[in-house]
Ligand binder design. Sequence first.
Ligand SMILES: Nc1ncnc2c1ncn2[C@@H]1O[C@H](COP(=O)(O)OP(=O)(O)OP(=O)(O)O)[C@@H](O)[C@H]1O
Ligand SMILES: O=P(O)(O)OC[C@H]1O[C@H](OP(=O)(O)OP(=O)(O)O)[C@H](O)[C@@H]1O
Length: 220
Amino acid sequence: MPLKIALTKGRIEKQVIGLLECAGIDCTMLKNKQRKLIINSADGEYCFILAKGPDVTTYLNTGTVDIGIVGSDILTEHNNEQCELLDLQSGKCQFVLASTADFDFNRPGRKVIGTKYPLITQRYFESLGQDVEIVKIEGSVELAPLIGLADAIVDITETGTTLRENNLVIYDYLDQVSTRLVANRMSLKQHTAAIFEFTDSLQQAITTKKNVQKQMEESK
Ligand SMILES: Nc1ncnc2c1ncn2[C@@H]1O[C@H](COP(=O)(O)OP(=O)(O)OP(=O)(O)O)[C@@H](O)[C@H]1O
Ligand SMILES: O=P(O)(O)OC[C@H]1O[C@H](OP(=O)(O)OP(=O)(O)O)[C@H](O)[C@@H]1O
């Protein structure tokens, strides 16, 4: 039986394929998947299931898959109950509080915050002792303060381009985010050797990539 791996499709999938190849896993079928959502590796050892991040946590919690590859933003927002094995050191970005340059955070009154991450936002403002109204948004979160839906946003940023191009500024930095490898607790007991073999090969690939990057920087 192959190990069932739920892989977050989109940005994470693209970055992780490079790492899987570096770990010696043939990803030809994954790269040529077109609209297929379930893909077996050429050696038959792994079955990749392409899903949205929040659904990866659902598959993990229900034991539908053995392993999940998903952003730490999603794991935190969905209260991960499973076993985090490895930080894949990719998909790096950071949560920020942002708004228009003229916004006065000290003004009295209850603020409205737009976000894809209501739980993380609630915890952040609770830690500041502030009561805010949170509006859940599904994407293009940067629109919220621009069109009058919210006073500010809590969202992730990587390069800062989206904020900059929409004239938004950062008021605070929250948690850092990266892609994580997570195992279902029961699967970890049943398939310990296979899961640790997979984890070790990815750890080695991360180290190799880091060394290559370091050598390239030194030779500049
Ligand atoms: N700008 C970014 N830079 C780096 N990593 C990011 C960035 N945005 C998101 N991520 C990471 O990638 C994960 C998946 O994001 P991605 O944008 O591919 O999917 P999504 O948020 O479901 O958006 P879409 O609906 O456009 O597919 C996020 O959960 C986060 O961990
Ligand atoms: O700092 P940057 O490099 O510009 O990246 C930040 C953007 O990336 C994410 O959006 P995504 O591309 O996932 O699109 P979305 O708005 O549909 O969520 C995030 O929500 C920001 O909008």
